[in-house]
Design a protein around this ligand. Structure first.
Ligand code: NAD
Length: 338
């Protein structure tokens, strides 16, 4: 059955991969993508998708109430999948304002517009609002002893980015409880794959290495993240959006805990293989810089709920996913320098 879905932030990393995935998986769906095209979003990420007559792009800000209400009037939106956010922790530490505006205010504007539009049609309990959140809302684990984050782990955000995402999660939850909206929240671990902004860790490691520049790692490089291939995340969102229980939360992890130094070493090995002309290993470029303020030590996600209730599991091994990712960035880099 055809559906019209409003995807927010679709010119960014995860949502652009999600739009490509959805257009292929559900060719009968209409995807309306609203994105402000901040520094983090680019329409280049949607090349290919933009040829589909079922894809519509609106350049706009999710905090713009008039625009968001107009979208709900113009399109009969069956569901919202809300990715748009300021997403870089370092930027939030320098200035939190845009994070409060987009991540909290923007989420509240979307919730109110969806609630009002769906209420008018008598379809509030039927139409779904899926909020994309992060494992960072749970705070930080210690390296050895703490159990992984599960859906019951209390929130303990420790930087303005994760605090703004936690605030958005609370708003979404409250709209479910207060108005009976059909909301669902998913929290994933760190994603990797094509189309990520160059400021994030994996693209930074690859691009600095390719340029023969120091590969910067924060602190002692031992901070641990649980890496999830973006296509596996897209499949999880598809399942949760279509089959998840209303008012519930699902954690999505990669089962790939790696310290930043381990990750950088693996990428360097792959680059050594792809670029044998370099005389020394790329590993020699790894450089430790001062630590990020309040740097969370370890994230790890217990995703047994989505595995047991929705039958999801990651299909891409870390080795395969990272290989594909490294090759993709090397290819982009070569196109840019030629
Ligand atoms: P991204 O920074 O790559 O993309 C964000 C997109 O949102 C950009 O295209 C940007 O232009 C758009 N945007 C920002 N503010 C907007 C506004 N006010 N109005 C309209 N568009 C706006 O982010 P990402 O890494 O793809 O993350 C997407 C979502 O997934 C975020 O909500 C993030 O919190 C969450 N998440 C990301 C990760 C990860 O590893 N990247 C992990 C877990 C959760």
């Amino acid at each position: 059955m055809s559906k019209s879905l409003l995807v927010t932030g679709g010119a960014g990393f995860i949502a652009s991969n999600f739009i490509h995935y959805m257009l292929q998986q559900y060719p009968e769906y209409h995807i309306i993508n609203i994105d402000k095209l901040t520094y983090a979003g680019t329409e280049i990420n949607l090349q290919g998708a933009d040829a589909s007559e079922n894809y519509h792009f609106i350049k706009g800000d999710i905090t713009d109430e008039q625009l968001i209400n107009d979208i709900f009037t113009e399109y009969d939106i069956d569901g919202v999948i809300h990715f748009a956010a300021e997403s870089h922790v370092d930027r939030s530490i320098k200035d939190a304002k845009a994070f409060i505006e987009s991540n909290i205010m923007g989420t509240s504007v979307l919730l109110q517009a969806a609630r009002d539009a769906w209420n008018k049609k008598g379809k509030l309990a039927e139409r779904r609002f899926h909020h994309i959140s992060t494992d960072e809302v749970y705070g930080s684990l210690d390296l050895e002893t703490d159990a992984k984050f599960n859906e019951q782990t209390p929130y303990d955000p420790r930087n303005p980015y994760s605090a703004s995402k936690a605030g958005a999660d609370m708003l979404v939850k409250s709209f479910g409880q207060t108005y009976g909206m059909n909301i669902v929240i998913s929290s994933s671990s760190n994603n990797y794959g094509p189309r990520q902004h160059p400021e994030k860790l994996i693209p930074t490691v690859i691009s600095t290495a390719l340029q023969g520049k120091p590969i910067p790692l924060y602190g002692d490089g031992k901070n641990v993240r649980d890496w999830l291939y973006v296509d596996d995340h897209c499949r999880a969102i598809d399942l949760i959006f279509h089959h998840g229980n209303a008012l519930e939360k699902y954690n999505v992890g990669g089962s790939n805990e790696k310290s930043n130094i381990e990750l950088a070493m693996i990428i360097c090995d792959m680059l050594d293989h792809l670029k044998p002309e370099r005389q020394h290993s790329h590993k020699e470029l790894i450089t430790f810089i001062g630590d990020r303020k309040g740097h969370d030590r370890r994230y790890a996600v217990d995703d047994r709920k989505i595995r047991h209730t929705l039958g999801w599991k990651p299909l891409t091994s870390f080795e395969t996913g990272l290989h594909h990712t490294v090759e993709w960035y090397v290819d982009q880099w070569q196109k840019a320098v030629l």
